[in-house]
Write a protein that binds this ligand. Structure first.
Ligand SMILES: *Cc1c(COP(=O)(O)O)cnc(C)c1O
Ligand code: SF4
Length: 353
């Protein structure tokens, strides 16, 4: 390690606390950062603080978690609800956009707040948590619809809940016969690995249904020894893991970083599943790449990097129209009933079929 790492005793929740911990350069930006923090929640866990290198202005961990004055700049195309959850929320805490699966959001807090978060207007310390009656109504909604095969616990970050609360939710879903899968979307194994205790892992497993965990991780630096140990506790318990990453300018928008990140995930037994085009959340333009850049990166990964390390590049269409692949096309009709197929090196080949 290039320097002594800073590991604060607890989560840092304000620009002042970040500055006191030595994580912010002393460059007079504090008032602007305080204005950012009044608009969007700030939290940096001890594990993340320890990863930040304050001497590196391009540090990919700092860029993801430390507030930046650029967040106060919003663009006309940016939206408060960029992926359109609200129109598909029939009861509090449920988003039902696709027939066979629903999101269930029991909590709207997270152990860290990502500066590019797509739900940044909905998450934070003051945000709503489902109370007992709300949770009953959400579970009734699921129980009344036999087409719902999968329930995705998200938020916020559901692994911020206590093992007792998680065990209760999983047990109640387990009691609904048509629910076959519970999937948890979480950043906890990388940003707060010590939360992944044996008790928490046990709480996630149903008697009957199958539990999957989808990890949000964007850079190989996040996969520390502690994070890999937390992931191993989940996978060793028989919980398969996938990952989703967000394509972020200045964090992972180059082929070497993506390849190293996906390889680190696969080595940790996490299958890279989605690479998201950055959503149009407010104050996040400094993180967004173009679709053309994303497609060029996916083309460059294909061929030279193992197929295990190839997530699907996806866009959540603004307005709630759903997720669709932005995969670069490798086959075009040749106009004579066949296809012209482009190989990973750019060579073009006729294909009949
Ligand atoms: C992203 C999302 C899902 C999950 O989609 P998958 O393609 O199955 O990962 C489910 N419901 C909603 C509302 C979503 O936004
Ligand atoms: S963990 Fe997810 S929900 Fe929480 S701030 Fe990050 S992107 Fe948003």
């Amino acid at each position: 390690m290039p320097r002594d790492r800073i590991r604060p005793a607890r989560t840092l929740r304000s620009p002042g606390a970040l500055a006191d911990a030595g994580l912010l350069p002393d460059d007079g930006r504090l008032p602007a950062l305080e204005a950012v923090a009044r608009r969007f929640a700030v939290a940096v866990t001890p594990a993340v603080a320890e990863l930040v290198d304050p001497t590196d202005p391009a540090d990919p961990v700092a860029r993801q978690f430390l507030p930046d004055p650029a967040e106060l700049e919003t663009r006309p195309e940016e939206l408060a609800d960029p992926i359109g959850d609200a129109p598909f929320s029939p009861v509090k805490g449920i988003v039902h956009r696709y027939r066979d699966r629903v999101l269930l959001k029991p909590v709207h807090t997270c152990p860290v707040y990502c500066r590019f978060c797509f739900r940044r207007e909905m998450v934070g310390p003051g945000a709503e948590t489902l109370d007992g009656a709300d949770l009953d109504a959400a579970l009734d909604y699921i129980a009344a619809r036999p087409e719902i095969w999968e329930v995705i616990l998200t938020g916020g970050d559901p692994l911020i809940l206590s093992p007792r609360r998680l065990a209760e939710i999983v047990a109640r879903l387990d009691a609904i016969p048509h629910v076959g899968i519970v999937r948890l979307h979480s950043r906890v194994p990388v940003v707060d690995p010590e939360r992944v205790t044996a008790e928490l892992v046990a709480a996630l497993r149903g008697r009957r249904l199958t539990t999957w965990v989808m990890l949000h991780a964007n850079h190989w630096k996040e996969l520390t020894e502690e994070a890999r140990a937390a992931i191993a506790r989940l996978v060793d318990a028989g919980i398969p893991m996938l990952s989703q990453s967000v394509l972020l300018k200045g964090v992972n928008d180059d082929v070497e970083t993506l390849a190293r990140t996906f390889r680190a995930l696969v080595a940790a037994r996490v299958k890279p599943h989605y690479l998201h085009q950055g959503d149009l959340a407010k104050g996040t333009a400094h993180f967004r790449t173009t679709v053309a850049e994303g497609q060029a990166l996916m083309r460059a990964l294909r061929g030279d990097v193992s197929g295990l390390c190839q997530p699907t590049y996806v866009l959540d269409i603004p307005g709630g129209h759903g997720k669709v692949p932005l995969t670069p096309t490798h086959a075009e009709p040749d106009g004579a009933g066949g296809w012209t197929v482009t190989d990973p090196r750019g060579g073009r080949h006729p294909y009949r079929g």
